[in-house]
Write a protein that binds this ligand. Structure first.
Ligand code: ADP
Ligand code: MG
Length: 255
């Protein structure tokens, strides 16, 4: 087992002079599966963009696999937060997944056969092989979401950053994606950070959660972090965490 895959020290960022994240420090080991939770506007997507080198911290430092974040790093897979794909809707599903190999450029580095094999494998991992030649405009929101995950997986990344990948999925596909992610983290040692609105489908599977609210964050196992005490402190208001039938409900604040 390698040492930490991600190290964040005293990280702060202001956007348009508004503090978004303040003094975040955390360490994430290889193969951890982590959910990033918190209300809209808490800075969850901002944190992923900082890890990708798409935004620069105002202060503090970030290290991924021992290096500073850089754009277009094949060792990091990313599925951005999207309702629908922002691409030419006439493109075939296989083409969209193949973009994951190009670092957003129209590169042709790989021999065609190898490229086709990788695309096929990534499509089958998200149960989308049969839609390979379908124009993406004809796919549902959930199917498009699965394509974005396939695109993030295609380079066999060591770190996966997924921004609300479960939001458009029905419960069966959500469960399938979660079990795929569990096996990637546990069997292949991929480190996974997943932003989610709903903790419940993930709760039995994640190692730890990062809860963000009001520019602050807390990290730990779910039982430590998702408590009335911790969340009331984070939200700076009275929040109650209720557990019923193996589910968690946060009352008094938006999640
Ligand atoms: P989340 O993903 O948790 O919903 P975001 O990280 O997208 O939240 O956004 C956090 C906050 O930062 C929001 O208040 C948002 O309006 C603000 N924000 C995001 N991007 C910018 C930007 N480029 N300039 C100014 N404010 C921004
Ligand atoms: Mg977001």
């Amino acid at each position: 087992m390698e040492k930490n895959h991600i190290e964040i020290k005293n990280l702060s960022i202001r956007l348009s002079d508004k503090p978004i994240l303040t003094d975040v420090t955390l360490e994430i080991a290889q193969g951890e599966f982590i959910a990033i939770l918190g209300p809209n506007g808490a800075g969850k997507s901002t944190l992923l963009k900082l890890l990708l080198g798409l935004l620069t911290p105002t202060s503090g430092s970030i290290s991924l696999l021992g290096k500073k974040p850089t754009k277009g790093n094949n060792e990091i897979g990313y599925a951005p937060q999207h309702r629908v794909l922002e691409t030419d809707l006439a493109l075939r599903a296989c083409d969209v997944v193949g973009f994951g190999l190009d670092g957003n450029k129209w590169g042709f580095g790989l021999p065609n056969k190898k490229r086709t094999e990788k695309i096929k494998k990534a499509l089958s991992e998200v149960d989308m092989e049969r839609y390979s030649a379908t124009p993406v405009g004809r796919l549902s929101g959930g199917e498009q979401q699965r394509l974005l995950i396939a695109q993030a997986l295609i380079t066999d990344p060591r770190i996966l950053l997924l921004d609300e990948p479960l939001s458009n999925l029905d419960i069966n596909h959500s469960n399938e994606i979660v079990s795929l992610l569990v096996s990637l983290s546990k069997d292949r040692g991929v480190t996974i950070l997943l932003v989610s609105h709903d903790i419940n489908p993930l709760l039995p599977f994640v190692d730890r959660v990062i809860f963000m609210a009001n520019g602050k964050s807390a990290i730990g196992v779910p039982d430590e972090v998702i408590t009335t005490k911790t969340l009331s402190t984070l939200y700076a208001t009275d929040v109650e965490v209720i557990r019923a039938k193996n589910r968690i409900f946060v009352v008094g604040a938006e999640l």
